[in-house]
Unconditional design. Structure first.
Lengths: 435, 573
């Protein structure tokens, strides 16, 4: 095979899952991708952007509705022998020892016993698990478990290593050690692999490890942009060039996030329509972010990566909060910055009752569903309405699951704002205070 | 969410549709109780003068009486659970004695003892139906209580320490702590065990309603007696009617009682797995939505608060240290129990030694070995069939949704209702009873293997299955490394239940009759059954004691180590 031939080529891939009501849920749309030899390719995006689904397509664990996936020029139709995967949850078999877990893939290839033993021990040795051969996964720490996950994937000598958020279930320190060890082995060429695809939602991790980054958008998942990383390895997180790149990707993701992400459908200036899918963000998080923004050193305006790291939040957690504030006209997000608006500033310094009043007025003005529920309750003589009345209505616009999430979000905000009450036992909205 | 849609529109009026439905069901229940309990104080002679009839039009009444017996026994079992298990959990010395005792009681095949307990209960209410009723209820109770008590004891021992400390710091009285913390915490597991007990109870209902002691035979009106009569008269059609009745009864109490209960106790689960679907029940929705029922539960709630106020408060110091008088009372109680056990055991042993010989002892051990072989072979055969089926079903969510309720229903169905049909075939075809009676022992219990394996296979995490696929693990290697180890703990749980049930079933399965023709297999079950029929008290006791010994030994030496091994090595973290 020539060095110029790409390991993996993906063209116009589309993946949708059937919905119970007969429609379909589009997860990936028109995805193009190419993995070249000797590269680490990052797939960066928020949850729900279909990254993991794409990884499963590449591994041959499921098949696309349209488009082609080619591994070394051949279409992928079943689990491909040259593609190995590392899982977020490690996916080790708890009843197999470290040795047996690593040897499993070789056993499946029906290799001679001696070869299985020799290659398994070599992989265990390479990944730094010497002495743990007979241990069971339950005896190992998270970091050691993921090392077993790596050894198990590497032992079959795959061309492509797929990594599905491999470090996100680990604590910060362990994750960093594992990343560095992996990059060392990779740059020294000691791993029998030709290319890596890394799925992550952590921007710094992507910039630290990858040669190229594809930024994914959600609903449906699609490639928003491609960013090449030319910084030399080993990279330094504090290097100004590194910071600049992280900042640029933040801007990229927030700029794109504004109209489409998290399913927030803009419907003109009068606020968002009833058919908008709302993210489940607690009122605690909303007021927490507003307080942080209003206080020193931000004074109402902050850089998203900066405030994310100060609040120790991942972008996955921060974006929905920022977007909810933006939706309620309490803050504005633009170009990687978040700025608190006048009512937001007032909220941050107000008393509990005053806060509730501000929140209630913004909730009723800018979240159509909240206003709608309140109006129905006001109109009815009993001031009571079943949840099913609204969930049926919402399901004209969205899936049952999204409707549930949206109603739960609005219930939580409505309860905080005290614009209506909700009783979960009988699944009814009302205007009464709970007895 | 969307399935909560009310078919009656919503509460704008004083009486909602839910209220109307609730009222109807409550009235129906009242009529049912009145009907079913009317015959209790009747003299026995009157009962014997009014013989049972095989006319299917009587079946609703019989079914009602049988069901009432079941629920009476269930209430008794709950009372036993709340006292016995609580005592065992709260007092360490008591627990040391009570828990092994419970383990042995659990292994005693009570079917063999029915004739003995009948004499006792008849003497409590001489000449009245009540005595026989009590005996029947007691027999059912003995089949229900043990596993419920075990489950409750386990829950009490595993109340999370944070919750316990919270209760301590708010200085809840023991009464409040029991109802506010311990019972709710134990409720999900307890309800599950109540369902299992109910299924087990049906098995005994059939055997306990038609009792013959020496010369007198009592047939309490009920489905069990109906079947006994149908067997006497060789009436296959009547047996068909009885089976249909049982199907309906089981469906009804499942829908009206257990479904709502399961859906309701779901809120007491301490750890909720995200994404798992909460159980739903139409009846529970009705109870919650109906204002009449709501005001009734409000009344109950007020009463409960009142009892909380009445209960003595705990002193602020030494919360976890029981007082000396408390400890003294405990010791006295335990000594009384130990003394009674010793006297009973001594008397029993003396009687046995006086009336039986060494050859009797050897005979029962030989027969016990035969029954043991039968049980193990049957479990092995059932496993070979149901493990692959269960794994196949469990890995397919659609198939699981269809098959799982059916398997649970079959496990709840009293398989001994089907025995006459099989015995009829054996008599007709002149088949070898040693071979052909055997499957009856596992007829009802094999389903425990199936539904546990299904549960195990569907609990296998998706990422593990992906990992196996990604490594191209297929065929026998897949079964050896992934499938079988994955379901193993679940399988062992199912096999233990199936094995225990099969031992008990052997008493009815190894000796069966159809009219006057008797079919008999060699085994300890047949030995006990014939000794009971002949009224031979000492051989009954010898047989029952031997069977208990077998069951306890097998549990201790085989199932229990296997269970802990499975828990240790194969449980998914």
């Amino acid at each position: 095979m020539s060095a110029a031939e790409p390991l993996l080529q993906i063209e116009q891939v589309r993946k949708a899952f059937p919905k119970p009501d007969g429609g379909e849920l589009l997860v990936l749309d028109a995805v193009d991708l190419e993995l070249r030899q000797g590269q680490i390719l990052g797939l960066l995006g928020r949850s729900g952007s279909g990254k993991s689904t794409l990884l499963r397509l590449i591994a041959g664990l499921s098949s696309p509705n349209a488009g082609t996936l080619r591994y070394l020029g051949k279409p992928i139709s079943s689990p491909a022998p040259g593609v190995a995967m590392v899982f977020q949850s490690f996916a080790l078999f708890p009843w197999l020892s470290v040795f047996e877990n690593v040897a499993l893939g070789l056993e499946a290839q029906r290799l001679p016993k001696a070869e299985i033993r020799q290659r398994t021990l070599a992989a265990i040795d390479l990944i730094g698990l010497d002495g743990f051969e007979s241990a069971y996964p339950r005896e190992l720490s998270g970091g050691m478990r993921q090392r077993v996950g790596f050894a198990r994937a590497l032992v079959v000598h795959p061309d492509i290593l797929l990594m599905d958020e491999p470090f996100s279930a680990l604590d910060v320190l362990t994750a960093e050690t594992l990343r560095t060890d992996f990059l060392d082995l990779w740059s020294e060429g000691r791993m029998p692999i030709k290319g890596v695809i890394l799925v992550t939602h952590n921007i710094e991790e992507a910039v630290l490890m990858c040669d190229r980054i594809l930024v994914f958008g959600s609903n449906p998942g699609r490639v928003l942009s491609e960013i090449g990383v030319t910084l030399p390895q080993p990279r330094n997180r504090l290097d100004p060039a590194f910071r600049a790149l992280v900042e640029r990707i933040y801007v990229e993701m927030t700029a794109r996030a504004r109209p489409g992400a998290a399913g927030l459908r803009p419907e003109g200036l009068q606020g968002l329509g009833i058919g908008t899918i709302l993210p489940r963000v607690s009122s605690n998080l909303l007021s927490g972010l507003m307080e942080a923004l209003a206080s020193e050193p931000f004074d109402g305006k902050a850089d998203l990566p900066e405030i994310a790291s100060r609040l120790q939040m991942e972008i996955d957690d921060l974006f929905p909060v920022a977007e909810t504030l933006q939706m309620m006209r309490l803050a504005e997000v633009e170009g990687g910055d978040i700025r608190l608006l006048e009512p937001g500033m007032a909220f941050a310094s107000a008393s509990v009752d005053e806060r509730k009043r501000i929140f209630a007025s913004h909730l009723l003005s800018y979240v159509a569903l909240a206003a709608h529920i309140r109006r129905i309750l006001d109109e009815r003589a009993s001031h009571v309405a079943p949840m099913s009345r609204f969930s049926d209505e919402l399901q004209d616009y969205m899936t049952a699951q999204a409707a549930e999430q949206t109603l739960r979000a609005v219930i939580s905000w409505g309860r905080y704002a005290e614009i209506f009450a909700y009783d979960d036992d009988s699944a009814t909205f009302s205007l009464e205070n709970p007895s | 969410m969307s399935e909560r849609v009310s078919p009656f529109g919503f509460a704008r009026d004083f009486i909602t549709g839910w209220d109307a439905l609730a009222t109807m069901i409550v009235l129906a229940l009242l009529v049912f109780f009145a009907e079913a309990s009317s015959g209790l104080m009747q003299p026995l002679a009157e009962l014997q003068a009014m013989p049972l009839s095989l006319d299917p039009s009587h079946l609703p009444e019989y079914a009602a009486r049988t069901t009432l017996r079941m629920f009476a026994a269930m209430a008794l079992s709950l009372a036993f659970t709340f006292t016995y298990a609580t005592w065992a959990a709260k007092s360490e010395p008591a627990g040391k004695l009570l828990i092994p005792l419970l383990d042995i009681l659990q292994s005693v095949p009570i079917l063999g003892f029915i004739s003995i307990t009948v004499v006792f209960f008849m003497s409590l209410a001489p000449g009245r139906v009540l005595g026989a009723e009590l005996a029947a209820v007691f027999a059912i109770f003995t089949s229900q209580a043990w596993n419920m008590a075990f489950s409750f004891y386990q829950s009490l021992r595993t109340v999370p320490s944070e919750l316990r400390e919270a209760a301590d710091s708010f200085r809840l009285s023991p009464w409040m702590r029991f109802w506010r913390l311990e019972v709710p915490f134990a409720a999900p597991a307890l309800v599950w065990n109540m369902m299992m007990s109910m299924s087990g109870g049906w098995f005994f209902v059939v055997a306990s309603e038609a009792i013959s002691v020496g010369h007198t035979s009592v047939k309490l009106p009920g489905v069990g007696s109906y079947i006994a009569l149908a067997i006497e008269q060789r009436n296959l059609v009547a047996i068909g009617w009885a089976i249909a009745t049982m199907l309906i009864v089981i469906l009804l109490y499942d829908q009206l009682f257990f479904r709502p209960l399961v859906a309701w106790v779901d809120r007491f689960r301490v750890e909720q797995e995200p994404g798992s679907r909460a159980p739903q029940s139409f009846i529970l929705t009705m109870l919650v939505r109906s204002r009449l029922i709501r005001s009734f539960t409000q009344l109950l709630r007020t009463l409960a608060q009142w009892t909380n106020r009445l209960a003595p408060r705990v002193s602020s110091t030494r919360i976890s240290h029981p007082s000396r008088t408390h400890r003294l009372a405990n010791t006295i109680w335990l000594s009384v129990i130990v003394a009674v056990l010793i006297v009973v055991g001594w008397q029993g042993a003396r009687g046995l030694v006086a009336h039986t010989s060494w050859s009797d002892g050897l005979e029962v051990i030989e027969l016990g070995t035969i029954t043991m072989l039968r049980v193990f072979v049957l479990i092995a055969i059932a496993s070979l069939i149901w493990v692959p089926v269960g794994v196949w079903v469990g890995l397919r969510p659609k198939a699981t949704r269809i098959v799982q309720p059916i398997a649970q229903f079959l496990a709840a169905f009293p398989a001994n209702l089907l025995f006459p049909v099989v015995v009829f075939g054996i008599v007709r075809g002149n088949l070898n009873p040693d071979l052909w009676l055997s499957p009856l022992m596992i007829l009802g219990t094999q389903w425990y293997i199936l539904f546990n394996v299904i549960a195990g296979a569907s609990a296998l995490p998706g990422e593990l299955r992906y990992a196996a696929q990604n490594l191209q693990v297929r065929g026998w290697l897949w079964w050896r490394r992934v499938g079988l180890p994955g379901i193993f703990p679940f399988y062992v749980t199912g096999a233990i239940t199936a094995s225990g049930g099969s031992w008990n079933a052997s008493i009815v399965a190894e000796l069966a009759s159809w009219g006057d023709s008797k079919v008999r297999a060699h085994g300890l079950g047949a030995y006990i059954a014939s000794a009971t029929a002949e009224g031979d008290f000492h051989r009954t006791v010898l047989g029952v004691a031997t069977m208990s010994l077998f069951v306890v030994t097998i549990n201790r030496l085989f199932w229990r180590p296997l269970y802990y091994y499975a828990e240790r090595s194969f449980r998914l973290a």
